[in-house]
Design a protein around this ligand. Structure first.
Ligand code: AGP
Length: 612
């Protein structure tokens, strides 16, 4: 989950590395560091606790630079966030290394290396790799051969970048289970955890495959596969633009991204809707539509917010097709035995396309029973999930920088609507019904704009939450996963403990928690379950609970003591989960701002979870 960047160039590289780190900070921000081989032939580093800005300030006072360098922004797994645990890690004066992933057999390796005289200066799993490389360097091996030999002893997941003053113009990298990309320049080359880190300096990339090790100099890239054989990997020209990490008029990226949703939803629909049906908008294998026609079951796999999108997708797919749909978090699915299933469409959902558990679940289905097709709903075109799946349905949210996912979620819901309609079309569903859904989808950007008009009201409402320690979120039907997403948003950026329940489940236990100190947030669009939901709300009110209800203006829920009603636009039932997400995002945002937390980089989290 950490971010890696490296460069070998004729020019000094530290500035390029720091810009790369800044762009990778979404992957972790406990500590950061940079190491270079200097002109005088020594290996030096600078490491700082905290964000990349702290490292930059430190380098301002005590600069280092060179033509070969590696850098890292950390999300702690082994060892607390501290300067001694920050990367790059060294073995003496000769090996410098950065790592993303987890070395599972680090304890055994540490013991063995300590027994042969190595002293450890950190608590990390990474440091064993630096010493292991040094073991082979002392035997006189080239840096490439050192890394090829060392990797045979490593278990777990890693992306590694290694430098040594022994070879002052060589960068060695290795990939197993964690993403790593090579950026090709003119007379200079780069590496990074993702292309964003390198977009200011190149648009030509090579994606390493699992098991690859590469030797990179200014003019040459040699790649060796898992067997040690030299291989060619395709060079891809990226059309992604180097996003300006620019807040514009907004105080935080999260708020900017919340307000971008009318555009990101419109962009995700653009070019995909005909007058009365959805156009074939899947990328990948050419017989996509034929495969959809054969689907007997759908399995959706994702994590966190993307999992919540999948849960909504299940309601939609099962309500509008005869296809059973299951949804599971990737970290559970990957370790669970499942019986083989017939004509399965295996769908992964991910903003980043690099989430380790989701990738492992995809690998598992491909290795085991297989499926009719694997499809990913993903926001990053060059990501591992896109490359590993038969089919892709892209969300067009644009880069999401805030750690709390907002526009990625609503565009995932839009993509799930498109997938649902494609399945309906493939199965010969009623044309009138499809035309109505398509017509409704066109109204979505405008409805989202209307929901955003509640911003100022929600900012005031947030004052009610800042002294609270707990909150409940309620919803019914496809709005239950939206309540789950609202609770997750509040937890992750305001650190208030929040739980979501299907409103009908409250009386089976959680009602015992309800008193005047427990705010209860509810989403109440005008759906078939509205009357049932109203009864559940009365159960809460009669026990002294304070309710905050986002309700359809036609729901006829009246303000009263302990019942705050926030009027929402009237929305078609199928679009309600998307539109009702907006006020919950705004609520968590304003509570966090008023509590003074770090909204865009909440504690202990990272944007892209590339470790298990
Ligand atoms: C949500 O706000 C979080 N950032 C997190 O739950 C996220 O959705 C999860 O880690 C999955 O990430 P992905 O969509 O990139 O796979």
């Amino acid at each position: 989950m950490c971010g890696i960047v490296g460069a070998v160039a004729q020019r000094p590289v530290v500035e390029i590395l720091l810009e790369g780190l800044r762009r990778l900070e979404y992957r972790g921000y406990d500590s950061a560091g940079v190491a270079v081989v200097r002109g005088q032939g020594d290996l030096v580093r600078s490491r700082a606790l905290g964000k990349v800005a702290a490292l930059m300030a430190q380098l301002g006072v005590e600069p280092i630079d060179g033509h070969l360098g590696i850098a890292h922004t950390r999300w702690a797994t082994h060892g607390v966030p501290a300067e001694r645990n920050a990367h790059p890690h060294f073995s003496g004066e000769w090996v410098g290394l950065v790592h993303n992933g987890i070395i599972e057999n680090h304890a055994d390796l540490r013991k063995r290396l300590q027994d042969t005289g190595f002293t450890f200066t950190s608590d990390t799993d990474t440091e064993v790799v630096a010493h292991l490389v040094e073991v082979f360097r002392r035997q006189g091996l080239s840096l490439l051969d050192c890394v090829l030999a060392a990797r045979c002893e490593l278990q777990g997941a890693y992306a590694l970048a290694v430098i040594s003053p022994n070879e002052p113009d060589t960068l060695i990298v290795a990939r197993q289970g964690s993403p790593l990309v090579i950026g090709l320049g003119i007379g200079e080359n780069f590496i990074g955890s993702d292309i964003q880190a390198m977009l200011p300096v190149t648009s030509r990339f090579i994606y390493l495959e699992n098991g690859d090790v590469a030797r990179i100099t200014r003019h040459k890239v040699d790649i060796y596969d898992v067997t040690g054989a030299k291989v060619e990997r395709p060079v891809k020209q990226s059309s992604a633009c180097s996003f300006a990490a620019d807040l514009g008029e907004y105080r935080h990226f999260m708020l900017k991204e919340i307000f971008e949703q009318p555009q990101s939803v419109a962009a995700t629909l653009e070019g995909r809707l005909a007058a009365d049906h959805v156009l074939p908008c899947l990328h990948g294998v050419s017989d996509a539509l034929e495969r959809l026609a054969q689907v007997d079951e759908v399995q959706i796999i994702a994590c966190g917010t993307s999992y919540h999108a999948g849960l909504v997708g299940r309601y939609w797919i099962e309500a509008n097709t005869d296809i059973p749909c299951q949804v599971e978090v990737a970290s559970e699915y990957r370790y669970r035995r499942q019986p083989p299933r017939k004509n399965l469409l295996f769908v992964t959902i991910s903003q980043s396309g690099e989430t380790a558990d989701t990738l492992a679940a995809l690998e598992k289905i491909k290795e085991n029973h297989g499926s009719l097709a694997t499809l990913t709903i993903c926001n990053v075109a060059e990501s591992s999930l896109i490359r590993e799946s038969d089919l892709a349905l892209m969300t067009v949210a644009g880069p999401e920088i805030g750690v709390a996912s907002t526009k990625a979620f609503t565009t995932q819901l839009v993509a799930l609507q498109l997938l649902m309609v494609l399945l309906m079309q493939a199965k010969g569903a009623d044309a009138g019904k499809i035309a109505k859904i398509v017509d409704d989808l066109r109204k979505l950007p405008a409805l989202i704009e209307q929901a955003l008009d509640l911003n100022a009201t929600i900012e005031k409402l947030a004052e009610h939450f800042i002294e609270k320690h707990h909150a409940l979120f309620l919803g019914r039907g496809e709005l239950y996963p939206i309540a789950m997403e609202g609770a997750l948003k509040l937890k992750e950026i305001s650190y208030i403990h929040a739980e979501a329940y299907p409103a009908g489940e409250l009386k089976h236990g959680p009602l015992a928690l309800v008193d005047s100190e427990m705010p209860i947030v509810t989403v109440a669009p005008n759906t078939a379950l509205l009357e049932k939901l109203k009864s559940n709300l009365e159960e809460v009110r009669s026990r002294g609970g304070v309710l905050y209800v986002f309700a359809d203006r036609e729901a006829h829920i009246q303000e009263a003591d302990n019942l705050h009603v926030l009027e929402m636009p009237h929305v078609p039932e199928l679009l309600a989960p998307i539109v009702y997400t907006l006020p919950l995002q705004l609520l968590s945002y304003h509570v966090a701002v008023q509590k003074g937390t770090d909204v865009d980089k909440p504690r202990n989290l990272a944007k892209s979870v590339t470790v298990e």
